[in-house]
Design a protein around this ligand. Structure first.
Ligand code: NAD
Length: 510
């Protein structure tokens, strides 16, 4: 990914401007550059988004740093009260957020509502922050000496998110960050920026003090501003692997704690004893939901002999029934996010054919239910794909499903483990022993057993392995709480008639 959309230095357009959100209010920024925001279903530019200058980032971080000084001392009771209020507001008004997501991302409304529901789960998890921040206490670690651990917030934390989940991915991080006592500067994707501002306004309604949650929009300039700012203590990034690697290296070089989640190529292995009806449903849902623009989408179907033929037949039959169109019209699948991305994904159809794969269903022929010139490409299925073809090696991030035929379970496992990505995977089988072996042997961070999109609940942690994650901490769950806090251990002795006297030796516990 990473392609920038038309970035101009004009701001005199009649289109509404999506401003930054700094210190509890909309802020047009000092930067002269703006970007275009499209409705992908019609192909129309509907808004412009402000692109932050380094001075805008600096201002947002300064406001956040000031707000942190008070917020860090808000009691756990006060913080969880704000979190509960945020949860209630988000739940009551989730439809508004879903509609915004559909209007700028293009995913169908029901899918956008599902995204918001998963975002809400992390807010609910963060409501339990008093319990999650509890430390340990050991009495009498030495004679009349006690020891206890506490966790403290980091300060200003930066979050940089991708276009494909404009509501859910920021929510993987900010509810936990805010609940733990940090102040946030979020830099969402410039392709669908409005969800971030909507969620920021909701914080104000929920009673979060101004400046604790801020949004700066833009591109590399804004990202670099956060990566290099001395007041930013941590970076949580989600996006493509090349940018994730860059963010990790640059952020850590500037002394920050960084978790950078990258791209994916998720394999679904189907063993001969699997329920093929279930597997065909799962492959279609996980391959083409959200037009394949999910980091947990299935893009490779690994068919272990002899399931390929009946499985492909079942999948192709289901694909023929999928409706593609404007996400506001009860369709199954919407458009791709931009014209450039649509063209790039479509180029893989030519590349696949040229490299000898068999094009079973051609998405370029799919009828579309929409007005205007949206960014359309229908569900596409390739058979006889081999690991050297670009449709296998590249993360396409579109509605293109590739079938690789393999002779055995071992060959399937070898294929999955040889892939540089390790975000999600699934095995379809009725053999508990095979499933157990797979969950143990596969080198992937999130594994589904007869579940094609195994996205962990908020109280577990989300994240992949290998080139799908740089850093040590996954998102939300216990790892999320640890990421947004620093541990401290206190060893204390209160005055007692027995003072202990002088001893220059290294402390020993007696
Ligand atoms: P992207 O890498 O292009 O952009 C992600 C963020 O980085 C955006 O905020 C963008 O403005 C910024 N950015 C883009 N180019 C940059 C540059 N050169 N320097 C600094 N910052 C830059 O990703 P995308 O296209 O928005 O999202 C799709 C990608 O995200 C896919 O690769 C997908 O697999 C991945 N993704 C991964 C996960 C996960 O959990 N691992 C989740 C969602 C999406």
């Amino acid at each position: 990914m990473g392609e920038n959309r038309d970035v101009t230095s004009t701001s005199d357009s009649a289109l509404p401007l999506v401003p930054h959100w700094i210190g509890g209010r909309g802020d047009p920024g000092t930067g002269e550059r703006t970007g275009e925001v499209y409705d992908p279903a019609t192909g129309q530019v509907t808004k412009r988004v402000a692109f932050a200058s380094p001075a805008d980032v600096d201002r947002a971080v300064g406001v956040a740093a000031e707000a942190f000084e008070a917020w860090r001392y808000a009691s756990l009771a006060q913080r969880s009260k704000v979190l509960f209020a945020y949860r209630e507001l988000l739940n009551a008004r989730s439809g508004e957020l879903a509609a915004l997501v559909t209007a700028e991302h293009g995913k169908v409304l029901s899918d956008a509502a599902g995204e918001v529901a998963r975002a809400l789960e992390v807010v609910e998890f963060a409501c339990g922050i008093p319990h999650l921040m509890k430390g340990g206490y050991s009495e009498s670690v030495s004679t009349k000496v006690d020891s206890y651990s506490i966790r403290q917030p980091l300060g200003v934390v930066g979050i940089i998110s991708p276009f494909n989940f404009p509501a859910m991915v920021p929510c993987w991080f900010f509810p936990v960050a805010v609940a733990a006592g940090n102040a946030v500067v979020l830099k969402p994707s410039e392709k669908d920026p409005s969800a971030a501002n909507w969620m920021a306004e909701l914080w104000a309604e929920a009673g979060l003090p101004d400046g604790v949650f801020n949004v700066v929009h833009g591109d590399k300039v804004a990202v670099d501003g956060l990566l290099e700012h001395p007041e930013v203590r941590s970076i949580s990034f989600v996006g493509s692997t090349p940018i994730a690697r860059y963010v990790y290296e640059r952020g850590t070089a500037h002394g920050k704690r960084v978790q950078a989640l990258g791209g994916a190529k998720n394999h679904m292995v189907v063993l001969p004893d699997a329920d093929l009806e279930l597997a065909a449903d799962a492959a279609v849902n996980a391959g083409f939901g959200s037009a394949g623009e999910r980091c947990m989408a299935i893009s490779v179907l690994v068919a272990v002999d002899p399931v390929a033929d009946p499985l492909i037949e079942g999948i192709a039959k289901r694909m023929a029934g999928l409706s593609v169109g404007d996400g506001r019209r009860s369709c199954d699948m919407g458009p791709l996010v931009t014209a450039a991305h649509r063209d790039k994904v479509a180029s893989y159809l030519e590349a696949g054919v040229a490299s000898g794969a068999e094009l079973v269903v051609d998405g370029r022929d799919t009828p579309v239910d929409a007005e205007g010139q949206g960014f359309w490409l229908g569900p596409t299925l390739f058979d006889k794909v081999t690991p050297t073809m670009s449709i296998y090696t590249d993360e396409i991030f579109g509605p293109v499903l590739s079938v690789v035929r393999v002779p055995t379970y071992d060959a399937a496992l070898e294929l999955v483990n040889a892939n540089p990505y390790g975000n999600g995977t699934a095995i379809f089988t009725n053999d508990g022993g095979a499933a157990r072996r797979f969950q143990n042997e596969v080198e992937v961070g999130m594994v589904g057993v007869n579940v094609p999109i195994p996205v962990p609940m908020a109280y577990y942690s989300f994240g992949g392995w290998k080139s799908s994650l740089f850093g040590d901490a996954h998102a939300h769950g216990t790892e999320g709480v640890q990421f947004f806090t620093r541990g401290k251990v206190v060893t204390s002795r209160w005055l007692d008639p027995d003072h202990g006297g002088i001893n220059l030796g290294f402390p020993e516990n007696r």
